[in-house]
Design a protein around this ligand. Structure first.
Ligand SMILES: NC(=O)c1ccc[n+]([C@@H]2O[C@H](COP(=O)([O-])OP(=O)(O)OC[C@H]3O[C@@H](n4cnc5c(N)ncnc54)[C@H](O)[C@@H]3O)[C@@H](O)[C@H]2O)c1
Length: 445
């Protein structure tokens, strides 16, 4: 039975007698809730989506994430994880609250913090003395100070004096979320030392990595700069790919040899950057810097370059079809991969959307994905042969493991002759592909 929370102490966190509320049971919140329950905490998860709540209470995971179905089933069966759409109850019955709602950007590329505001307001209306509130959602710099604290303090309580407040951004990568939440180092920003110590105690019970404490403003920037580093690195890989195409050099050879250098770690080029985080986190910095009169030139150019990659891929498709004596206009193009990255069902900001939508203006498009059921128009099937049949061009947009071992002999037989492959992820061997009679085009080649 969940009891009404009173006051959270370091001991209650360490002996797991405190109750934890997790607000937002999405790609990050649900894995976190299930891990906490597995570690022995009593967890009440709140989400505004009744579909998610019902699934969780049936012991099922609404998303495809390695190990999550088993962990959710175990947590729910043990009685230590219960979900509800009533987030008010979550706050009332918990001592510690984790906020893990989405923080996207809007059409204007500015932060959309509406879900966060709503969650904070619900907490504020039900906040009690000595509760510990931890924000895990990724935040634009200054959000805790300028948005979260004013809303929470509307309760009449004062942050750092009457209740504890910390910011601990999530750093796990989809497809390895469970593993990384339990292994990665963690950053904890506290509004005061006590808040940081309490939050550190909680995360020390979850991760085998180190937990570093700092102030909240620093922690906010750390999270954003991590994802921005990755975006800029991918942009550099993409720009290298564009250069290699002009030079007649293979970008994969360049990157793999450059990465032999002890201080070089270039990422991979691709058809664009998707997912909930990397395409938007740099905008949190760009937007804030602009407000302060600073143009972030490198970060902005990297974003622009990565956003232009679907268009570049369309150009390669046109070139590939032309090389086989065809025009896009009369062709059938088969797209392999709708998810934004391999082995996930996540389609948020997927580059496949732009590629499919643009192609559909000109030709017949069939798409396939082993994990996704949503399509972006054209015809969609989970059967590769059905999608590939009579196709003039096969385009790989997602590095799902199943695509790395495609039976190209079989596919080339069902495709129209001469068939061509555009490898947007560089997961196939160009020479081996050529032996199947299919012409090979790849990004950066
Ligand atoms: N997905 C990742 O791998 C990842 C990694 C690192 C950081 N993050 C950050 O973590 C945060 C969450 O990301 P996510 O991918 O889990 O998002 P998500 O969209 O998968 O999940 C958010 C959940 O919150 C729920 N929600 C929204 N408003 C609510 C409210 N007021 N009360 C209760 N529930 C509410 C939504 O219904 C949704 O299920 C974001 O800030 C994101 O940038 C995500």
């Amino acid at each position: 039975m969940l009891r009404f929370g009173a006051m959270v102490t370091k001991k209650e966190i360490s002996d797991k007698s405190c109750k934890i509320g997790v607000i937002g049971l999405g790609y990050v919140g649900l894995p976190m809730a299930a891990i906490l329950a597995d570690r022995g905490y009593t967890v009440l998860g709140g989400d505004i989506s009744s579909k998610i709540v019902n699934k969780v209470n049936q012991g099922k995971a609404p998303i495809n994430e390695r190990g999550l179905p088993e962990l959710v089933e175990k947590a729910v069966k043990s009685g230590r994880l219960v979900a509800t759409v009533n987030t008010r109850e979550v706050v009332k019955k918990s001592d510690v609250i984790l906020i893990v709602v989405q923080t996207p950007i809007g059409g204007n590329k500015k932060p959309d913090l509406s879900c966060l505001k709503k969650a904070l307001e619900t907490i504020s209306e039900n906040l009690r003395k000595k509760m510990l509130i931890i924000i895990e959602s990724t935040l634009p710099p200054g959000t805790t100070k300028n948005l979260a604290i004013p809303i929470l303090n509307k309760s009449g309580l004062v942050a750092g004096k009457d209740y504890f407040l910390a910011y601990s951004p999530e750093r796990a990568i989809p497809t390895k979320t469970l593993e990384e939440i339990q292994k990665n180092d963690r950053i904890v920003g506290g509004i005061n030392e006590e808040s940081a110590i309490l939050a550190k105690q909680l995360y020390s019970n979850i991760t085998s990595g180190e937990v570093f404490t700092t102030d909240i403003a620093t922690a906010e920037v750390v999270k954003l700069i991590e994802n921005t580093y990755r975006d800029v690195n991918i942009a550099l890989a993409n720009e290298t790919a564009l250069l290699c195409e002009k030079l007649g050099v293979d970008v994969m050879k360049v990157i793999s040899l450059a990465n032999k250098h002890p201080r070089v770690n270039l990422h991979m080029p691709g058809p664009g950057v998707g997912g909930h985080c990397i395409p938007k986190d740099p905008y949190f910095l760009i937007d804030k810097a602009r407000e302060l009169g600073l143009e972030l030139k490198v970060i902005t150019s990297a974003r622009e370059l990565n956003e232009s990659m679907p268009k570049h891929l369309l150009e390669i498709i046109e070139r590939a079809l032309k090389a086989t004596g065809k025009r896009v206009e009369n062709s059938k193009v088969a797209i392999l991969g709708v998810a934004y990255k391999g082995n996930t069902d996540d389609v948020r900001n997927t580059p496949s959307k732009a590629v499919i939508e643009e192609l559909m203006k000109k030709c017949e498009v069939f798409s396939h994905d082993p994990l996704v059921t949503q399509d972006f128009g054209g015809k969609f099937s989970n059967d590769i042969i059905e999608v590939t049949r009579e196709a003039d061009c096969l385009v790989i947009l997602t590095d799902h493991d199943v695509y790395k071992s495609l039976d190209l002999e079989k596919l080339s037989k069902v495709m129209k002759k001469p068939g061509v492959i555009v490898d947007g992820r560089r997961i196939l061997d160009p020479n081996k592909t050529a032996t199947t009679g299919l012409k090979y085009f790849g990004i950066g080649l």
